[in-house]
Design a protein around this ligand. Structure first.
Ligand code: HAM
Length: 425
């Protein structure tokens, strides 16, 4: 028996209500803020991700699904959505458009992680990227979008965590101090952190191992090492967040698992749950990434949210989502002539905008109506040999159990009356 690969799952019909609810709210938010949709391929050249995410990150070291295709090209299933957007921005000369270029996307994301609740090997993201402007007002816009998305979805009790990890000119000083601080305590570090100390000290702050947590709490804070420009930037951003009534907490340990960030980084998580697999959405500024990928220097900022994590939280918080409507009418028939007539009528009804379903084969009328009931369909049209001969059909209201015989050629009109004049159902 085959099963879905570990860390992946099927999104079953009964779950789709959540997915279409979230997708629609995300598109609404993107439109409200003037963002345009961009779709990029599911796989890219492996080098794109190694360059952008960083060689010393967990994603590049352990989690990428990379393979060589038949032309011996080295490809990777996208482990995140920002680098592909930057690649497309450069490839399509978007720097010549009015800046910032505001884009949004839905993407399936692949990371070879240890699966657990809220952490999968294939997950889905909604993300936005605003490219071509360094004004902290753009950071505030992106954070506001994330916050308003969750509010519109009906989620509450979320916290916004904020940090600044500086830029190329002030970060080296901070890293020096961080490294000096951790070097004194090397013996108490986990093996991963001993490596991080040499290769990527910022990631030390991200360690969730009980032996390392006390060290992260006492570690020097990046915001104490910011250059004037980065400090002013953070200051302006905080003012704007206050202006927009967005409550935030400065979290010194927030450094993110991707190397491309500069200055602003943020995460949104259920209150009191700043652990990796609880974060619902996250992002930040990445002012050097486009240049690093071969484009012109282009500051940018963005965020992405995991759709599975939103579903998890909607369920946890018991947010009711609109159910996906069943077909409007069920066509039941008895006998071969009636089947022929039913199929003809189903085509006519669909052309008129009514959603219709029917079963095939020789099922009893009782079985057919039971099926309509189980599917929650409110109207049934029933046709047998007598009705075919008389050019009539029975219209049954499944809720009330009432039915009437109508002229076959009046079926569309009668259904229209049943829904009060509109045709799309
Ligand atoms: P990220 O924090 O790696 O950021 O992922 C964004 C969101 O995707 C997370 O907050 C979480 O909701 C969800 N997520 C991540 N990994 C998993 C997983 N294994 N299973 C389920 N959900 C997951 C990025 O990917 C950046 N590209 C975000 C960004 C956009 N930064 C700037 N622009």
């Amino acid at each position: 028996m085959y099963k879905a690969p570990r860390g992946t799952s099927d999104i079953l019909p009964q779950e789709q209500g959540y997915w279409s609810y979230i997708t629609q709210k995300a598109i609404d938010i993107a439109c409200l803020y003037g963002y345009q949709r961009l779709d990029t391929p599911t796989f890219e050249n492996a080098g794109l991700f190694v360059r952008s995410i960083g060689e010393e990150t967990d994603i590049v070291e352990k989690e990428m699904y990379s393979f060589q295709d038949r032309s011996k090209d080295r490809l990777t299933l996208r482990p995140e959505g920002t680098a592909p957007v930057c690649r497309a921005y450069i490839e399509h000369g978007m720097h010549s458009l009015p800046q910032p270029v505001r884009l949004y996307y839905f993407a399936d994301i692949f990371r070879y992680e240890r699966p657990q609740a809220g952490r999968y090997r294939q997950h889905h993201q909604f993300g936005v990227e605003a490219l071509g402007d360094s004004d902290p007002a753009l950071d505030a816009e992106v954070i506001d979008m994330a916050w308003q998305l969750y509010a519109n979805l009906g989620l509450h009790n979320l916290s916004l965590y904020l940090n600044s990890i500086g830029c190329h000119s002030c970060r080296p000083g901070y890293l020096e101090s961080l490294t000096a601080n951790y070097s004194k305590r090397q013996d108490s570090l986990c093996p991963d952190c001993r490596r991080r100390l040499r290769l990527n000290p910022l990631r030390l702050l991200d360690c969730k191992k009980p032996s390392c947590i006390p060290l992260t709490e006492k570690a020097p804070k990046s915001i104490d090492y910011l250059c004037q420009e980065c400090a002013d930037n953070l200051e302006s951003l905080q003012e704007l967040l206050k202006l927009l009534n967005l409550p935030y907490l400065i979290e010194h340990r927030l450094v993110r698992g991707l190397d491309y960030y500069t200055r602003t980084v943020f995460e949104i998580a259920p209150e009191g749950e700043l652990v990796a697999q609880a974060t619902i959405g996250a992002g930040g500024r990445y002012d050097n990434l486009i240049e690093q990928l071969g484009g012109k220097p282009t500051p940018a900022v963005g965020f992405a949210t995991g759709i599975e994590r939103i579903v998890l939280n909607l369920k946890k918080q018991k947010v009711a989502v609109p159910a996906i409507s069943p077909p409007f009418v069920f066509l039941a028939y008895l006998g071969p002539k009636a089947k022929y007539e039913a199929i003809k009528l189903s085509a006519l009804l669909r052309k008129s905008g009514f959603s219709v379903t029917l079963t095939y084969g020789d099922r009893s009328l009782k079985a057919q109506l039971k099926q309509a009931n189980t599917a929650g369909i409110r109207h049934a049209l029933i046709i047998g040999e007598d009705e075919v001969n008389n050019r009539t059909i029975v219209l049954r209201n499944m809720d009330k159990g009432e039915q009437e015989t109508i002229q076959l050629d009046k079926a569309v009109e009668k259904l229209r009356q049943a829904i009060g004049g509109s045709t799309r159902h």
